[in-house]
Design a protein around this ligand. Structure first.
Ligand code: PMP
Length: 426
């Protein structure tokens, strides 16, 4: 469960003219700051710098005797799969290691379903009149892009502090065979930091679905990305699905993008033996094998699952102060006025800020004009449309701490001004 701060108003907003003056001063500073995307900072990337010397000249054979320089091995390197099987709590035989982007794996799974269908699909999805998909909101914009790119209609359902609203999802999928799947980010979700509880996970894997080929794309991108001592883990969803009699319902994804190098990490796919066989059958037409040298490089760098956990604690030392600054500045600058609420995540890469209804796009616009780039308003909703126009995703990982502070102070000024403008227009 993630904490959301929304204190009741104890003070009235400062007068509009005063806020306009504060904003003019902010603009006059000529800032150029960026809180748009959840990228690791250079300091975080430096933590993995020694990896650039691995595996090293002459070190190309892995511990199964495979020459990693050559073709082959669609499953990926065993050593890195062993490490991540432990971290993701899945059997190693049910885990594949792939290229550098889990997003590509997700895209390809949906694209293969469109082209060929899953084994139990009545027909390839592309031949269906309508294919629909459940998108918990606020959510990750690139998930929505995959749906849009592949012609899938999106149905928003609310996120709760315990994950997607499982009752709403169950009611939708029970009678509608056009709903073929849903997104879930189970740990420290993007953007609101929610962690799926065991009850929610169990409900999602057991609910009856009208579509025989209903799938959950379980994107565990932030499985080990803790910001506090409370290193939470999300439920063992593959085991729960199997126990519920729906072993093929879930495909689990993860990557080291925000562990080692965002552009040169390793992606993972875990699922039932039937889904993996299906995936590999189609993948084998596209690839003779993944980059096993990168798999070996990662395995040598980490050594063990504990090596990954240790490494992530060093990330936390860099990231936690930035998240603390965001939350502290929001509380100091906005807390008294009751015009905004925000999450206090225990992990992941984002703070989700809800501003006065109807003002999110104005906040982003004001910030932009003051030289502070924010993720576009609406990005956390399908089709870029936040019906209440109130959610803003904050991504404080990339800029140095002082810049995060400056940017957040500026964002707070924009939130107050937008709320006052909206109030005076009423
Ligand atoms: N899933 C989520 C929820 C993310 O937030 C991100 C990165 N912003 C990704 C996937 C991207 O993962 P990858 O780099 O492995 O493609």
């Amino acid at each position: 469960m993630t904490t959301t701060t929304s204190s009741p108003a104890t003070a009235t907003l400062p007068p509009l003219a005063e806020l306009q003056q504060a904003y003019a001063e902010l603009k006059a500073r000529g800032l150029a700051l960026d809180l748009t995307r959840g990228k690791p900072s250079a300091e975080q990337l430096d933590l993995a710098e020694p990896m650039l010397a691995l595996p090293g000249v002459g070190q190309h054979t892995d511990d199964t005797g495979t020459d990693t320089r050559n073709y082959g091995g669609l499953d990926g390197g065993l050593a890195i799969r062993r490490i991540f099987a432990e971290l993701l709590d899945v059997p190693v035989e049910q885990l594949l290691a792939g290229g550098n982007a889990s997003l590509t794996l997700m895209h390809d799974v949906v694209a293969y379903a469109e082209l060929f269908g899953f084994p139990e699909s009545p027909t390839p999805w592309a031949r269906e009149e309508t294919v629909r998909w459940i998108c918990p909101v606020p959510g990750y914009d690139r998930h929505f892009t995959i749906c849009e790119a592949l012609g899938i209609e999106m149905i928003p359902v609310p996120m709760t502090a315990d994950g997607p609203d499982a009752e709403a999802v169950a009611a939708l999928v029970a009678d509608d065979p056009t709903i073929k799947g849903m997104w879930v980010v189970p740990t420290y979700s993007n953007p609101d930091g929610a962690v799926v509880t065991e009850d929610v996970a169990r409900a999602l894997v057991s609910m009856p679905a009208a579509a025989p080929d209903f799938r959950i794309l379980w994107d565990n991108a932030y499985a080990v990305h803790h910001l506090t001592d409370d290193e939470v883990t999300s439920p063992n969803v593959l085991a729960l699905a199997e126990r519920a009699g729906n072993p093929d319902r879930v495909l689990l994804f993860a990557s080291t993008s925000k562990i080692t190098f965002a552009g040169a990490g390793v992606s993972f796919l875990a699922s039932s033996p039937a889904n993996l066989a299906w995936y590999k059958k189609h993948l084998s037409a596209a690839s003779i094998g993944p980059d096993k040298i990168n798999h070996l490089r990662h395995a040598l760098f980490f050594g063990s699952a504990e090596g990954v956990r240790e490494h992530m604690r060093r990330h936390r030392e860099i990231l936690a102060p930035k998240f603390e600054a965001v939350v502290q500045i929001l509380a100091e600058r906005l807390g008294a006025y009751g015009v905004a609420s925000w999450t206090e995540p225990k992990g992941g890469y984002f703070v989700s800020l809800d501003v006065a209804p109807g003002t999110a796009s104005r906040v982003v616009e004001l910030a932009k004009e003051a030289g502070i780039a924010l993720t576009p308003a609406g990005a956390t909703h399908p089709y870029g449309k936040d019906p209440e126009n109130r959610n803003v995703r904050l991504a404080p990982s990339m800029p140095p701490l002082e810049e995060v502070r400056t940017a957040m102070d500026g964002v707070a000024t924009c939130v107050l001004l937008a709320a006052a403008e909206a109030g005076s227009a009423r």
